[in-house]
Design a protein around this ligand. Structure first.
Ligand SMILES: C[S@@+](CC[C@H](N)C(=O)[O-])C[C@H]1O[C@@H](n2cnc3c(N)ncnc32)[C@H](O)[C@@H]1O
Length: 275
């Protein structure tokens, strides 16, 4: 059975197979990448890939993004300089080294998209996003690939410091733009407008212009003062008790115990959603 897919997905798969050198991807990534990167195709953009390996993906991205894209590879292995001959800009250094990122961005300037397919350790992934974020243009993206390492023992799982745990911290941080939420005082939320989660891929969508502090507003129109039914679900139903008994000690104890039982039932149902 064919999946409903966009022509961009087929183009990306084709570019992957057309690449003259090795690249390994997961089958599920094409849909996610095509969705994330389609808006940048054919445009005059700067695209950075961390992790060059055999060079295959650099060719794939160039074919997919089009000839106007400036495609830059970042790699720790100095052999990667060989890809300069094929027209790619190659920078040698470690993605977990703040000094490397400083000199990289001071040379390259701001970028539209940075994709991390490097070493995949939590420290490398977090450090890359941290150092690159201030250099991503509005409407730009940071994509981190192979985030499944957050669940791999070989990379340190279980730990409170996996990349995905850090993404959860960023979610708290983004929600802290809401004036009633004060759980996180980090400042990523001034740059990252939203985070999109895919299987094994996380995308940070950058747009400083719309990272606004969120305050409640009203359209100031007339209200018909409807009753708010928010807690109706939990209301204890003792309508069947004769009205005279409801206000007695017996009626109150009964209502109380029914309310507690409803609360426990609700908690059990709620826990079910958490697996
Ligand atoms: C998964 S491969 C890249 C595959 C390539 N993007 C592709 O799809 O064909 C990972 C690469 O990241 C490089 N790498 C590992 N640690 C790194 C680091 N700290 N900084 C930069 N690159 C690193 C490795 O040398 C390796 O070439």
């Amino acid at each position: 059975m064919l999946l409903p897919s966009d022509p961009a997905v087929d183009d990306l798969r084709e570019a992957f197979h057309n690449a003259p050198y090795l690249s390994n991807k997961h089958e599920s990534y094409f849909e996610s990448y095509a969705k994330l990167l389609a808006p940048y195709r054919g445009k005059d953009i700067t695209f950075v890939e961390v992790g060059v390996f055999s060079g295959g993906s650099l060719f794939m991205w160039r074919e997919f993004l089009g000839p106007k894209a400036r495609v830059i590879g970042v790699e720790f292995n100095p052999d990667a300089v060989r890809w300069r001959e094929a027209g790619f800009e190659i920078f040698i250094g470690s993605q977990s080294d703040p000094e490397f990122w400083k000199s990289f961005f001071e040379t390259v300037g701001s970028v539209d998209v940075l994709l991390d397919d490097g070493g995949h350790t939590y420290e490398q992934q977090i450090s890359t996003v941290h150092h690159a974020l201030p250099w991503v243009k509005d409407q730009g993206l940071i994509i981190v690939e192979d985030t499944h390492t957050s669940y791999f023992k070989a990379f340190g799982y279980p730990s409170a410091f996996t990349f995905i745990e850090w993404v959860k911290v960023l979610i708290d941080n983004i929600n802290s733009r809401c004036e009633q939420v004060t759980v996180s005082s980090l400042s990523y939320n001034k740059i990252v407008h939203s985070v999109e989660i895919f299987e094994s891929i996380v995308a940070f969508k950058v747009d400083k212009r719309i990272c606004i502090s969120s305050k409640s507003i009203s359209n100031e129109r007339d209200s018909v003062d409807p009753e708010d039914f928010r807690f109706k679900d939990f209301e204890t139903k003792i309508w069947w008790l004769p009205a005279g008994l409801r206000t007695t000690n017996f009626g109150r104890r009964l209502a109380n115990s029914l309310a507690k039982r409803a609360h426990r039932r609700n908690l059990r149902r709620l826990k079910g959603f958490f697996g």
